[in-house]
Write a protein of this length. Sequence first.
Length: 279
Amino acid sequence: MKKIAVLLVLTSLVLSSCVSNKKYAELEGNYSKKNQELVDTKAELMKCQVENESKIAALNQQVLDLRSDKAKTLEYVDNLTVLSKSASDNIKETLTQMGKKDEYIKYIQKAVSKKDSINLALGFKLKSVLKDGFTDEDIQVSVEKTVVYISIADKLLFKSGSSTISANAKTVLGKVAEVIAAQPNLEVMVEGYTDNKPINTNCVQDNWDLSVSRATSVIRVLHNDFKINPARLVAAGRSEYTPLESNDTVEGRARNRRTRIVLMPKLDQFFELLEQKVD
């Protein structure tokens, strides 16, 4: 009976020992698994932390960039406002200047129109005083751009190849001088023209010389005989180089030999007119 009891105890101990080893192995396996899960979880947490820190850094950089862009935008808007105001001021100033220039142009046009009217009246007066005893071919009067032109045929003033004023010429020049004296604000230019026939004498070297001498002779008569202020008088020689017609015919050469008296506004008065300001 004792043997049986001992045997049961031993059997129980063996069985108990087998259960304990199995349980231990199971617990050890569970521990290892949980420990690995803990390691994996820590690694995942570390990965998430690193990713979060990277995202936070990126977000912080975006915030800084946005603040910088905002500052630049505000500065651009401020500059644009300044530029817009400056451009607006420039436009206003330009419009003001354009208005003043428009008024100035109208003023000049009015002055020129007035001068044109005066010169038209002057031309009409000259035609009236010169028509008696002279043909239109001998004396021509025209008005162009505020300038009055009096063209006198060579045969009324000079003998062929000479720069000496003929006696009859003073009748023509006297009538012209009467009109010139009544217009003290006009300058008087006397221009001599010749044909292309060469000339070379003891007194005249060539057509340049002849044209200038004839213009000077007319000026001397206007000054000495009719008391025209010499400061208003200018002599010019055009020689043969500005013909009215071909020099191939007698008639053409006769037309080209002429003296032209030009009545024009004084240049200093013209510049004074340009310098006047319109308020």
